[in-house]
Write a protein that binds this ligand. Structure first.
Ligand code: HEM
Length: 381
């Protein structure tokens, strides 16, 4: 049982996420696997604002628009490969390959694609995955976040990678991220005219690699899962490309790939506790907000036609997700590739999905924790 206080429900979550003075982000996450902060995620204003502005250019639509055709070409290629083989497992064969492929395009690091793929869906289980652990085992290990429990999580693989790429990087101050090697670009970031420390540089890079990985994989696999099961929706989307954004928003709401996020309590007694003491922290539960039945009475249903209400899958307030644009471009290209030429995919048996109960009593919701394996086969005609 988590002893961390939890903030739940649509209105409470939105208010708490905006109140960064009461609920501080000045903390170290993933304390079992790293000792450097994710930047700008784990700092408060005013320093947060400076770092957020400094990294913003890499997330601009103007940077991503030119790359969208490459995302769609990659999506089609992966779909064709799976279809030509008569089937496959959508978690490693589609989700992982696609999301890593897109990041290698966005970051101008094609030479790293095989290495990133070898880490599997979660950077913190990269070591175990690269030694032959399956996605199923690796996802289960990734979920094992509680301190003191035996865990296969480790930050070593990522750390060694960051040491290597930044030893080789040539700072490209003021360069255009659309055409610059991402690590040269990050090494060229200046905040108030000064280069970030090595720890801060690693924190920025870590978030660029880890933030857009398992989250987007879950969304992409979730989209394919939904389209396989609901032919009417894929027909509708084929005829209405303008509805892609609404469908992505609905899948993001339903899946809430980041279930919750920590904040530091403003209570001085709790703040003074040891860093590993769960009582120091408050959890903002995005999933509970996105499944709040006072907002969406049928919250546990995927309905791509429902009226759009602002969800919080990408957070809200100062720390709202900087990668939302990237996610939307990637998801749109995948939907387009799937629905314009449906590959005749069907589920091949029951997919392995970890479901979890979130909350207690009448407000409890049963949600997808993660897609472990989704075997499909091709059925023509
Ligand atoms: C389905 C995909 C994604 C989901 C559900 C998601 C979710 C979130 C959430 C909930 C936050 C807010 C955290 C907080 O308030 O403490 C956040 C922040 C962030 N995300 Fe994402 N994210 C996704 C994809 C991405 C991608 C693709 C990237 C980059 C490649 C990314 C980079 C970031 C960064 C840098 C922040 C920190 C922003 C700040 O602190 O100012 N995310 N994300």
């Amino acid at each position: 049982m988590s002893e961390r206080e939890e903030i739940r429900g649509y209105h409470n979550v939105r208010a708490a996420a905006r109140d960064y003075e009461t609920y501080s982000s000045d903390l170290l996450g993933d304390r079992d696997v790293r000792d450097y902060k994710a930047i700008p995620l784990e700092i408060d204003p005013p320093r947060h604002t400076l770092f957020r502005e400094a990294v913003q250019p890499i997330f601009h639509s103007s940077h991503l628009e030119g790359k969208a055709p490459q995302f769609e070409a990659l999506a089609r290629q992966l779909i064709d490969d799976i279809t030509a083989r008569g089937g496959g497992d959508l978690v490693p064969d589609l989700g992982l390959r696609y999301v890593m492929g897109c990041l290698s395009i966005i970051y101008n690091r094609p030479q790293d694609l095989d290495e990133w793929l070898s880490w599997g869906p979660d950077v913190w289980t990269a070591e175990a995955y690269s030694k032959g652990m399956s996605v199923v085992e690796s996802r289960r290990a990734a979920r094992n976040r509680q301190f003191g429990e035996a865990s296969l999580r480790s930050g070593d693989m990522l750390y060694r990678y960051l040491e290597r790429v930044f030893a080789e990087a040539t700072p490209a101050v003021g360069a255009d991220p659309a055409t610059t090697d991402v690590w040269d670009w990050i090494a060229g970031i200046r905040v108030n005219g000064e280069a970030p420390t090595r720890e801060e540089t690693f924190g920025i890079a870590m978030l660029l690699l880890a933030g857009g990985r398992d989250t987007v994989i879950k969304l992409i696999v979730g989209i394919a899962w939904h389209l396989i099961r609901v032919p009417d929706d894929r027909e509708y989307l084929r005829e209405h490309p303008e509805a892609y954004n609404k469908a992505i928003a609905e899948l993001a709401r339903y899946l809430s790939p980041i279930k919750q996020m920590e904040r530091l309590s403003s209570d001085p007694t709790r703040r003074a506790l040891e860093q590993d003491d769960p009582r120091r922290y408050v959890l903002i539960n995005w999933l509970s907000a996105n499944h709040d039945r006072s907002i969406w009475p049928d919250a546990d249903t995927i309905d791509i036609h429902r009226d759009r209400k602002p969800h919080v899958a990408f957070g809200i307030g100062r720390h709202s997700c900087m990668g939302m644009n990237i996610t939307e471009f990637e998801a749109k290209a995948m939907i387009s590739a799937l629905v314009t030429q449906w590959p005749g995919w069907q589920l091949d048996g029951e997919p392995a999905i970890d479901w979890e109960q979130n909350g207690e009593g009448p407000d409890a919701t049963i949600a997808v924790e993660s897609f472990l394996s989704m075997p499909i086969r091709v059925v023509r005609g």
